[in-house]
Design a binder for this molecule. Sequence first.
Ligand SMILES: NC(=O)c1ccc[n+]([C@@H]2O[C@H](COP(=O)([O-])OP(=O)(O)OC[C@H]3O[C@@H](n4cnc5c(N)ncnc54)[C@H](O)[C@@H]3O)[C@@H](O)[C@H]2O)c1
Length: 334
Amino acid sequence: MKKVLITGGAGFVGIHLSKYLLKNDYEVTLIDNFARPNDDEEFLRVVKHKNCKSITGDIISPNTFQYLQKDYYDYIYHLAAFNGTSNFYNHPVEVLKTGIIGTINVLDWVINQSKGKILYTSSCEAYAGTMKILGEKFPIPTPEEIPLSIDDVNNVRWSYGVGKLTSEVAFNCYKHGRDFDRFCIVRPHNFFGPRMGFEHVVAQFIDRIIKNESPFKIYGGTETRSFNYIDNVIESLVMLMELDETNGEIYHIGNDKEEMKIIDLAKMLFKIADREPNFEVLPAPEGSVKRRCPNIDKLRGLGYDIIYSTEEGLEKTYSWYVDNYDWYSLKGKR
Ligand SMILES: NC(=O)c1ccc[n+]([C@@H]2O[C@H](COP(=O)([O-])OP(=O)(O)OC[C@H]3O[C@@H](n4cnc5c(N)ncnc54)[C@H](O)[C@@H]3O)[C@@H](O)[C@H]2O)c1
């Protein structure tokens, strides 16, 4: 039985990944400091599994790693990050420390293990500065080679993005300075699914549809995004982790097949909810990004393809939010 460690394991991606791995006979250990209140019913259900263990610990502290078994884990998914835009502004030091010191601690621990490959989830936020700097010249769909940058050191929003950017550099420093290449870096693009919180546009629209908002305000609406259902994401993460040829490489993960306008996303959700929309279209917020879509040719070159369509994913996500609304709206907002 393969042994897996997941940092940030109580989070959105962590729990979906744990459920997939436990179903497929892996042993799973989760580390989380519950910076986000993810100790909900779904988390408790997962950690009850006989092959699952949970450690409450903060990756900012090197002591956390002393609770882990030596030379034990085959795969380490390093997902821990202090997400949530409000946290970037309200808790920038914790966001930054988790992003940078947390990753360095994970790396310092793993290079002293005789085995174990790490998959690190960076973010498209690591190149958000480049989007601003290049403007119209920014390539979309965006390939892995895009330069990473921040455009304003005074903006604490970068507490998150700079953690991702620096962590990517850190992995490469350990590759060259410590001869360590048992890692793979991924840049997620717009994942969605059950239990993703209420910050994502999909979750916000569902929330507002459930609350019967009318007129339903759309700011802009012609901007496009490519949404990727969480079950597609998990398939790609596990594949990237387990192929040797991905060692030391960076991959974009996303859905380049179904780039859609935000207003079309809203229409699709209204159709799923079986409601008639009454839209009020207002000007887009200043500086909103017109298009975002990853180039996933490198991932596809490994034999991967999108399995679940956006509509299928939205149906599953909508019904999950309806079924879990009462307790999730109380506990899940953060
Ligand atoms: N969901 C997306 O669309 C998306 C997009 C871009 C990047 N990512 C990246 O993918 C990863 C997983 O994302 P997610 O959506 O599951 O996020 P999430 O916020 O749901 O989960 C992250 C978990 O990390 C934990 N955590 C925070 N600081 C910690 C610390 N110092 N020590 C231990 N645990 C800590 C949080 O409590 C949380 O449970 C993150 O690294 C995120 O930055 C996700």
